[in-house]
Design a binder for this molecule. Structure first.
Ligand SMILES: C[S@@+](CC[C@H](N)C(=O)[O-])C[C@H]1O[C@@H](n2cnc3c(N)ncnc32)[C@H](O)[C@@H]1O
Length: 251
């Protein structure tokens, strides 16, 4: 809590650990199953608005981008050594950026003369390499998103925590996931759909309806997006998608 005030509430326990360590943390807390899990993915507003975290291209600040600043490589350290091909792949796959190759080439060329240490340096490099402009969006948006997702292993952590959620939910317990870009939402959507469908059967196997395998989760409603009032109060919610699924009694 940035206010510096201490906050005590026996109902809450803060654990500084990656989402993918859910099972381990529940084990340490002696908790086998829970009634609900909320995964609120991505970066928080305080992280985006704190220049020193280096997540945002709005400030000129050190290129960090780590969600957990107690471990791992900063973006500046990674850009200093990353291979051009890997960099292009990361920017293409995690940023869905079609100028990924040009950006990677520009980064590798630039770092031979001067290390890329700040968000402004990277923004200027990317802006030169990206030849088109998406209305209302910095040309660096996709590259910053890509590097952040890669450095924080966001999609890998998500893919690892989702099955753990199913394992640790009580029957009737709910999984709620709020994602902030299409790559995350695609993983959540497909996972919940697969969990709802149950085990796939070989085609043309004559079985009774009562024998059709039931899913371990039931989808609750459709994807929820922010309404007008929410968007007015919180424009950052524009890309948020919430999906809900309920744990069935199927083991
Ligand atoms: C969208 S923010 C949550 C915002 C919070 N609900 C609020 O209202 O202020 C997501 C938070 O989860 C953290 N986070 C993201 N991925 C994580 C992961 N794999 N493991 C642990 N924490 C993660 C981020 O550092 C960030 O603080």
């Amino acid at each position: 809590m940035a206010t510096g005030k201490t906050w005590r509430d026996e109902r809450f326990r803060m654990v500084h650990r990656g989402f993918a360590n859910l099972a381990e943390v529940l084990g340490e807390l002696g908790v086998a199953k829970v009634d609900g899990i909320l995964l609120d993915l991505g970066v928080s507003s305080p992280q985006l608005d704190d220049a020193a975290r280096g997540f945002s291209f709005r400030f000129d600040a050190p290129l960090d981008m780590r969600m957990d600043t107690s471990s791992g490589m900063t973006a500046a350290q990674w850009l200093a050594t990353v291979d051009e091909i890997l960099l292009a792949e990361v920017i293409h796959d995690y940023g869905e950026e079609r100028f990924a190759k040009q950006i990677a080439r520009a980064v590798v060329a630039a770092r031979t003369t001067e290390p890329i240490r700040t968000t402004r340096q990277l923004v200027e490099l990317v802006s030169k390499a990206v030849r088109t402009r998406e209305p209302g969006q910095s040309p660096a948006t996709r590259t910053f998103q890509a590097i952040r997702i890669y450095l924080n292993q966001e999609l890998e952590e998500l893919a690892r925590v989702l099955p753990e959620c199913v394992t640790h939910l009580h029957t009737g317990g709910r999984l709620v996931v709020i994602s902030f870009h299409s790559l995350e939402d695609r993983i959540v959507k497909h996972f919940m759909r697969d969990m709802a469908e149950g085990d796939k059967l070989p085609r043309n196997v004559p079985i009774r309806a009562s024998e059709v395998p039931q899913g371990r989760m039931n989808l609750i409603g459709k994807a929820v997006r922010a309404g007008e009032a929410e968007l007015k109060a919180n424009p950052r919610a524009r890309s948020a998608v919430m999906r809900v699924a309920e744990r069935s009694n199927v083991a």
